[in-house]
Design a protein around this ligand. Structure first.
Ligand code: 2U9
Length: 348
């Protein structure tokens, strides 16, 4: 019987040495040491032995039991360490692999176009001014010669946000504030920013962006205005593009004009965008109406813009309109949808 018990130890050691998984070791523990296991079966036969044989066989059985238990513990240990090692090597970083490039954003097309416009005017001495988007009716309308009930208020359908407060319909109030702050000529500024009008279709958005400009200097006349805006058009759209000035009306400028640039898409030969005219309208402008200087003088008597002698010119353009023409964008809403596939086409 002792030989049988020792043979069992050998069998258990061989089986444990070949175990590849923790479940295999558990199965072997049940097979050799479990309630219905091989060693337990042998020990049950102790009763049939003589009184002399029993202690020797019992001792041998105990030693074998302890030896198998120790081997099982070793096997559990070995396989647990092996599993941890595998897990660790799965998680570890392979430093020889090429890195995944980070997502790099690009500037919004409106930002690019605004910057280009401001750069061009900056080179001609115009400094940037910004101001509030929520404005008083006075700065948005009255100071610009647009009194209440004046039909010109209908030209810019307005969002009212409180008692005599509006979302600015243009950036002109920024310029009024700058004129008041400086108190006297010279003034040479550009005012970029968001403006709001109750209007929405493929080419109008209730929020859009403008750049307006203002130059007030001794002796400034319409010829200077033409020179500045012609230079702007050439730098923005191409050296060979010419401009034409058509008479127009704005309540805050007199005389007023709309400015067309020769079609840079078809070299003025005629296309769908220029509607076969060879010209594309890009901005509005004019000589500042003396009524604006009167309003400024009435508002603050310390200012020195004499309405009878001071002259200046102003202009305004929609950034979306310029960007749509430049990049041939068919719908203004694309600027505000924030579709990454649209946005990533512009700039670097
Ligand atoms: C002051 C005096 C006069 C600003 C001007 C325009 C002409 C103009 C439009 C172009 C397309 C707005 O974006 S648009 O809808 N603007 O045509 N704006 S003159 O005149 C001023 C501004 C400030 C003190």
């Amino acid at each position: 019987m002792i030989e049988q018990i020792q043979a069992l130890q050998q069998e258990a050691e061989d089986a444990l040495a070949g175990a590849k998984a923790i479940q295999d070791v558990e199965a072997l523990r049940v097979r050799f040491l479990g309630k219905k296991g091989a060693l337990t079966g042998l020990l049950r036969g102790l009763g049939s032995l003589s009184v002399e044989e029993r202690p020797q066989v019992g001792q041998a059985a105990n030693e074998v039991k302890q030896a198998i238990e120790a081997r099982i513990a070793d096997a559990f240990d070995r396989l647990k360490k092996q599993a941890q090692q595998e897990q660790r090597s799965k998680r570890s970083v392979d430093v020889s692999l090429p890195g995944s490039p980070p997502l790099v954003g690009s500037l919004h097309p409106l930002t690019l176009v605004r910057q280009e416009i401001l750069d061009i005017f900056g080179r001609m001495g115009f400094r940037v001014e910004v101001g509030p988007e929520v404005e008083t009716e006075f700065f948005n309308f009255e100071a610009l010669g647009i009194p209440k009930d004046h039909p010109a208020r209908d030209m810019q359908d307005t969002f009212y946000v409180g008692e005599q407060m509006v979302l600015r319909t243009h950036t002109s109030p920024v310029q009024i504030r700058a004129v008041l702050e400086r108190r006297k000529p010279p003034v040479r500024i550009v005012a970029p920013g968001a403006v709001y009008r109750r209007d929405s279709d493929v080419s109008h958005s209730p929020m859009f962006h403008q750049v307006e400009g203002l130059m007030i200097e001794e002796g400034v006349h319409f010829g200077h205005l033409k020179g500045i805006l012609d230079t702007f058009a050439r730098e923005m759209f191409g050296e060979k593009n010419t401009t034409r000035f058509r008479p127009s009306y704005f309540p805050f400028t007199e005389p007023s004009a709309e400015v067309d640039v020769s079609c840079f898409l078809c070299d003025a030969k005629g296309c769908r965008v220029c509607k076969d005219t060879g010209w594309i309208e890009i901005l509005g402008c004019g000589m500042v109406d003396p009524v604006v200087f009167e309003e400024v003088a009435n508002y603050d008597e310390r200012t020195e813009y004499d309405p009878t002698s001071v002259t200046g010119f102003a202009f305004g353009m929609g950034i979306e309109r310029i960007a749509m023409l430049k990049y041939r964008i068919p719908d203004i809403r694309l600027f505000f949808d924030n579709d990454i596939n649209f946005l990533k086409q512009f700039g670097s």
